[in-house]
Design a protein around this ligand. Sequence first.
Ligand SMILES: [Zn+2]
Length: 137
Amino acid sequence: MAPKPPPVESRYVVCAHCENRLEISASAMSVNCRHCNQRLIVEDMKIKAYHAVVRLATAGRVEVVKNAQLVAEVRVSELVVNGTVQGNVRTTHRVVVGKKGRIVGDVSSPLLSVAPGGEITGSVRIGAAAALQPRGS
Ligand SMILES: [Zn+2]
């Protein structure tokens, strides 16, 4: 008999497209959402230069490094801004704006931390009610 494979660890993410909750394997980099059938990236990303897309959606963490610029509608689990983000931002977890960080757009997030010197130009909604909430499983 073949040895039993080790148990697959799973975790829950919120689909950045349809906002439904998904169970995925802990090591998955991307999945097809079983609710909306769109490809959902779940790995972490680092934006290191100028990056412009209509929508940046991942169930992972996105970091915009110093001097980099992200132009997109952003839907992520966690956003760390040390450069510039231009576009509306929604997260399921939190937004961290560093002292050189700048967001030009509206921010909705359960948690927000802005270092002295960090800037947000737009409306800000913080707290559980602002979260990208799972709509059940
Ligand atoms: Zn979906």
